[in-house]
Design a protein. Structure first.
Lengths: 155, 144
């Protein structure tokens, strides 16, 4: 598989799943050994859990849109810089439960994607999770009261 | 600059500036109009801001060490995935002011560079994980 094939698969993965909700595309694009690395999930996510997570985020942000800002590839790896935009109009039910805030978010994400034989085997993703939770009011920004945040954050 | 030259520039930044604390080479590696982008570090924008932030970080974590996990280069861009390790024995200034914690931390960062000299860096680090490891923020399930 060429770097152009890997880039095309990357674009397709983000467009069809995150933007169109067709998360089953991952069954086609991911290897059976796929693992998603993100500090949010200490043990990573396998394909089915990753599909559930993407679905949960799209449900919480129904107008969600991922834009690819930069995309490069070398060897069997692709790196991508993304911006995620959406409005938090439904409860987010994943690692934590965050009741709908109505807030519009704009989030920056950088991800590294590794391919083997044309299938995605690993993704490492880094977003500004702290900022995301602050923008939704789950974690205080410096100077704000912390008792509100602890109620949400401690489960 | 070839992709190999761009990768060499990135390795110099990590080895000489971050791991050896040699800020004297900074101006050699960075374009004067350099811009830094990290939503968690809104105060870090220019070359001078970046140098200042690196200096503060090395002061807060004197045994700071960056390991390169992945390097991907194409055209004028390089993306590097890093693991940062260090023991917090100095006062922290960014992302929020906090006194010394003495804790040892490990965080992942992914940075995209647009080269020849560095003209732009987009940077994303596990800031939440850093603050949890330092005990500044609770991990899920913990009480304060």
């Amino acid at each position: 598989m060429t770097t152009e094939d890997n880039k095309a698969a990357t674009r397709r993965g983000f467009e069809e799943s995150w933007n169109q909700g067709k998360v089953d595309v991952f069954d086609e694009l991911f290897a059976s050994t796929f693992l998603y690395h993100d500090p949010t999930f200490p043990n990573g996510l396998r394909t089915q859990d990753y599909k559930r997570w993407v679905t949960a985020i799209r449900q919480a942000f129904p107008d969600l849109h991922l834009t690819i800002d930069d995309l490069i590839a070398e060897g069997d790896q692709v790196a991508v810089r993304l911006t995620l935009r959406g409005t938090h109009t439904s409860d987010l039910v994943t690692v934590m439960h965050i009741s709908a805030t109505g807030k519009r978010v704009t989030e920056s994400i950088i991800a590294v994607i590794r391919f083997t034989g044309g299938k995605v085997v690993e993704v490492w993703s880094q977003a500004d999770t702290l900022g995301f939770l602050q923008r939704l009011g789950v974690i205080p920004t410096p100077g704000q009261s912390s008792s509100f945040a602890l109620r949400h954050f401690c489960g | 600059m070839s992709t190999e030259e761009n990768k060499a520039l990135v390795r110099r930044l990590i080895e000489e500036v971050w791991n050896q604390g040699n800020l004297a080479v900074f101006d050699e590696l960075y374009d004067p109009n350099f811009l830094f982008h990290d939503p968690a570090l809104p105060q870090v924008r220019t070359r001078e801001d970046d140098k200042h932030w690196i200096s503060e970080t090395l002061g807060a974590f004197p045994d700071f060490h960056l390991s390169i996990e992945d390097v991907i280069a194409e055209g004028a861009q390089v993306v590097v995935r890093l693991t940062a390790r260090g023991t917090n024995t100095g006062a922290i200034v960014a992302p929020m002011s906090h006194p010394t914690t003495g804790k040892h931390v490990t965080v992942t960062a992914i940075a995209c560079f647009a080269n020849d000299k560095f003209v732009e860096i987009w940077h994303q680090v596990d800031t939440l994980g850093l603050l949890q490891q330092l005990g500044v923020m609770p991990a899920p399930g913990e009480a304060r």
